[in-house]
Design a protein around this ligand. Structure first.
Ligand code: NCD
Length: 336
């Protein structure tokens, strides 16, 4: 008997899927080298300058949106980004797709893949879902937020916003000190932002109560602080995070009248008094320091309305930058 075992699969075996060993796409910023992060940001800026000419870049290409968790801003931003590149969109939401009939995310994606799409944009409740999907399909996957894990395009848009507000054209952020304030433990936005900002040389401090900013978070290369007032004068940007009530209490749609037993805070009033950003508090900030928030905002809890709409707020610029970085990500992964 020949001792050579016939290879399973390979180009001659039509049943074998050519799934890459290294998943393709943008599933997170953790582990990405600074030059790759800077390349997305630089391309986002070039695409902005291209204007209407960007329409040809993804002409004839199809982007599948697989959003299995509520999203307005991120989903719309990906749709606008795809349209600005001339791509068409295949939209599958959990309400209408077979995922509600028990079909798994991977099965759904493989079926859509067989129809011929050029990139998936996926949002899911489960941490790690984007990476799992990217390992199961040949088509590149862009993570639009998976549980508490990562939200890389939000990280990129936040970094672009910080770089622009401090005129760092080369995306070298050394010397800047950035804070994430609030529910860091639940936040995929913070996890992606921390990875990208620290890779580009910024210092990051996470500020909040112990249940939201547990001390081991320092292992991500950040400082931990419990005192917003003490930190404010040394910060160049403050990213206020939403308290993610739905992650503490399955099914919650918004702030409860009183925090549930499972909540990391005992009282919303007390939280606001310690960690909420009010107009009075912003007076402690450096000239030129900016206020950011990924949205949706719990106005009057983590961020007061007059600050959200005030002169230091770069929140709407974050939204505009979101389209640009998503164009850069879609171009990179969906282009022929
Ligand atoms: C964030 C998210 O979904 O992770 N929002 C967003 O992408 N616009 C943050 C949040 O939900 O608080």
């Amino acid at each position: 008997m020949p001792n050579v075992v016939a290879p399973v699969g390979g180009a001659h075996d039509p049943t074998m899927r050519n799934v890459p060993t290294v998943p393709r796409g943008l599933v997170g910023l953790q582990g990405l080298p600074a030059r790759e992060i800077a390349a997305y940001l630089a391309r986002a800026e070039e695409l902005e300058k291209l204007g209407e000419a960007s329409q040809k870049i993804l002409a004839g290409r199809r982007i599948a949106l697989l959003f299995f968790e509520d999203s307005t801003r991120t989903r719309t931003s990906f749709v606008v980004a795809a349209q600005r590149l001339g791509a068409s969109i295949v939209d599958l939401s959990s309400a209408t797709s077979s995922v509600n009939k028990g079909e798994t995310l991977i099965d759904t994606a493989r079926n859509v893949e067989a129809m011929g799409v050029h990139a998936f944009v996926v949002r899911a409740r489960q941490s790690g879902a984007a990476c799992m999907l990217a390992s199961a399909v040949e088509t590149p996957v862009i993570n639009a937020g998976d549980g508490r894990h990562e939200h890389p395009t939000q990280g990129l848009l936040d970094i672009l916003t910080i770089a622009r507000s401090h005129r760092r054209d080369s995306f070298d952020l050394s010397g800047l000190r950035i804070a994430y304030v609030g529910d860091v433990a639940s936040s995929r936005v913070a996890r992606s932002g921390i990875a990208g900002l620290t890779a580009l040389g910024a210092k990051v401090v996470c500020i909040g109560p112990p249940a939201m900013v547990p001390a081991p978070i320092a292992s991500l290369g950040v400082e931990v602080s419990r005192n917003l007032d003490a930190e404010l004068p040394s910060l160049d940007a403050v990213v206020m995070l939403r308290i993610q009530f739905e992650r503490h209490d399955e099914g919650a749609k918004g702030p409860p009248a009183e925090p549930k037993k499972s909540s990391p805070i005992a009282s919303i009033r007390e939280y606001r008094a310690c960690f909420g950003l009010s107009a009075e508090r912003t007076q402690r900030m450096k000239p030129g320091a900016i206020v950011m928030h990924p949205g949706p905002i719990n106005r009057g809890i983590e961020l007061d309305a007059d600050v959200a709409d005030g002169p230091r707020s770069w929140i709407l610029r974050q939204v505009a930058h979101g389209v640009l970085v998503r164009m850069a990500a879609l171009e990179r992964w969906a282009k022929a």
